[in-house]
Design a protein around this ligand. Sequence first.
Ligand code: PLP
Length: 403
Amino acid sequence: MSIRFSLPLIDADVIAEVNDTLTNTGWLTTGPKVRLLEDEISKITRTPVLCVNSWTSGAMLMLRWLGIGPGDEVIIPAYTYSATALCAMNLGATVVMVDVSDDVTIDPEKIRAAVTERTKAVIPVDIAGWPADYDAIHAVLDEPEVRARFVPSTERQEKLGRVFVVTDAAHSIGAVYKGEPAGQLADATVFSLHSVKNITTGEGGAIALNLPAPFDNDEEYIFLRALALNGQTKSAYEKNQPGAWRYDIIDQGLKVNLPDIGAAIGLAQIRKYESTLLPDRKRMFARYQDGFAGYDWALRPIEKNAERESSCHLYMLRISGADESRRDSIIESIARRGVGVNVHYIPMPMLTLFKTRGYRIEDYPATYALYANEITLPLYNGLTDDQIDEVIQAVIDSVEENA
Ligand SMILES: *Cc1c(COP(=O)(O)O)cnc(C)c1O
């Protein structure tokens, strides 16, 4: 029997919700299901939430909202998926990569050293669902000498008065940092609703707005909703009401709205996320933790401490002492046993695009070390205890085979 690395949850509730969209609403693109999904995510983040068609487009929308473009710098960790860089690069900005701490999230000390008079934003990444160290990040950005480097070049940047913190929370819906949920930890938090994530709409994303005063988050939500729809003040759904045909284009927007047909999938999932799906992930994570306890070579990921609690998106196991080539051999052995695993992440400086742009992996030793011996195991709703035990056994046997 083979075990896939990832599988989206398509259960009876999802099918019923999609069926309802198709048979009862007469609506496929952005409409009532998107609004319901935004309301459900809001209950978790306690912020206004705007749904969009991907994490990448949501991050671009927020950077565009701030007026980021050529000449600006955006600080990100080297250890993440490439979208974290591309959202800024595709607006013409320069990405400044820094190394991570040993907890796999961006090193706040490295942020301090990287801030220049061109820095407009930092994008911390909650890898695997483990929140970055937000208090330390905000403390660095609030230091008088760091604040003094900030040179605003748009009205919104002026209003903010400091470097913008927009989080890559692609993995971390439902994660907690010092009692606060993801969504409350940065100026804007972007979740991914891609098919492999904890909650999915097929493709999709959601932006939680937590801008400081004097910004009004409800007002910015209305503006961003237009900005995500070509800058148009009314969606097709709203224009579809009798007499509501007139609209305006108020700014140069993007076309990144989420369709209802996808929102229905996520809606069925998120309604039971905190009651069932997330606790289930935590239980599976714990089963892996128990399964690898007592094996000296198993460097197990962290899911909870006094300050932070992961959303258990990925189970990132590390093999003590393994270099890249031994790790790769172990993965081949695991694959021969019919188990799909993955590696998170190939550091961006090791990928062609970024190498060509002059980034060097030698500059990110912590990132490289965390990548070289990493293997991510299957973790998704619907995976059975027997399957998890089979994965654990496949890993143990494969590590022994490649001792
Ligand atoms: C999945 C992912 C993204 C991109 O999400 P999309 O919705 O596919 O754009 C960005 N960052 C990280 C860390 C991811 O895992």
